[in-house]
Design a protein around this ligand. Structure first.
Ligand code: GLU
Length: 330
């Protein structure tokens, strides 16, 4: 008797994994050109042990990812989580913002069925294209019951990352993703999957409610010699919160910190993260967070710190102590 093939929902959003190169060696191409159904037809010959149900949601480069597509994806994922005939969910996604989408859903969905984001660094037709391989690996992960209870996962190459840890760390390498503070949580090939530890979030409900909209939160990158005008400009356009991508452990010139402190007093939470690729930003190291009313981003870089701050503000969580507790949890 042959085992039943898992039924997986594939939500397509575009990105390089849906891109096709006009030349195998010329680097230019447009992301999000291949229709999801055509992409899945291309997979038919791979002998994947899964039934794939295609549902195109968008056809964009993920630099254009935002509320309308997130809202549509969230609706589809919740419906699939409640559909007993679906065993796992895949999202094809551009790599530029995959970590933001993964983290947004990490914060706002129950840690239920496997939810796997997958992208590619090279479009179909380019020499060394990685889309098919990555997709086959992602199918392997989404078919595994042990992938549930871990929050959204990102599969790139033969590596599986958890949403909380993952970030894009290279612009063009095939091996473009890193995890911090945890590295990969599993290794995968189309025929094997090795988890490095057990699932810790089985049965965990959504941490935060899915909002009706997300507030405007900006990332301000600090640079030597800057003045406080950019802070004033951000407040002038109605930012509900600011994430500082600071130097080192979230530093900025004194005049900028003072302006950000004034923003806090005016009701806009300020999270200090770092423009440095990796490492913690802890409270009160060089900056007096207690006096300014700032929040330290801990392990989250600016892009995902912005996602968390948006979700918190949208859920009415705006006091510094509660926001800090959320960042401490990660
Ligand atoms: N910028 C595009 C995107 O993020 C293409 C990059 C990619 O998918 O690797 O969708």
């Amino acid at each position: 008797m042959t085992a039943k093939r898992p039924r997986l929902l594939v939500l397509g959003t575009g990105g390089t994994i849906a891109g096709s190169a006009s030349s195998a060696t010329d680097g230019s191409y447009a992301a999000g050109e291949l229709a999801l159904e055509d992409m899945l037809k291309g997979l038919a010959g791979l002998g994947l042990e899964a039934e794939l149900i295609a549902k195109p949601i968008a056809q964009i480069g993920s630099q254009d990812m935002g509320w309308p597509v997130w809202d549509a994806l969230h609706r589809e994922i919740v419906a699939a989580q409640n559909d007993a005939t679906i065993e796992g969910i895949l999202i094809t996604h551009g790599t530029d913002t995959a970590e933001e989408t993964a983290y947004l859903f990490d914060l706002t969905l129950a840690a239920g069925k496997p939810l796997v984001l997958v992208g590619a660094m090279r479009p179909a037709g380019a020499v060394g294209a990685d889309g098919m391989r990555n997709f086959a690996n992602a199918v392997r992960v989404a078919s595994d019951t042990d992938a549930s209870g871990r929050g959204p996962l990102l599969v790139m190459g033969d590596t599986v990352f958890a949403a909380k840890d993952v970030r894009k760390a290279a612009t063009s390498n095939i091996d473009a993703f890193k995890g911090y503070p945890r590295g990969p949580i599993a290794r995968v090939t189309p025929s094997s999957l090795d988890w490095f530890g057990g699932a810790t979030r089985v049965g965990e409900p959504a941490r935060y409610a899915w909002p009706k909209a997300l507030p405007r939160v900006a990332i301000l990158t600090a640079g030597a010699g800057m003045d406080a005008k950019p802070v004033e400009a951000l407040l002038g356009i109605g930012c509900s919160g600011i994430v500082l991508a600071g130097m080192g452990q979230g530093n900025a010139p004194g005049c900028v910190l003072d302006a950000l402190g004034a923003a806090v007093k005016d009701g806009a939470p300020v999270v200090r993260s770092s423009r440095v690729d990796e490492g913690l930003v802890d409270r009160n190291v060089e900056v007096d967070d207690d006096a300014y009313g700032f929040i330290a981003a801990r392990a989250q870089g600016p892009a995902k710190a912005r996602i968390l701050l948006m979700v918190l503000i949208a859920n009415g969580i705006t006091d510094a102590a509660s926001i800090q507790a959320a960042f401490d949890r990660g």
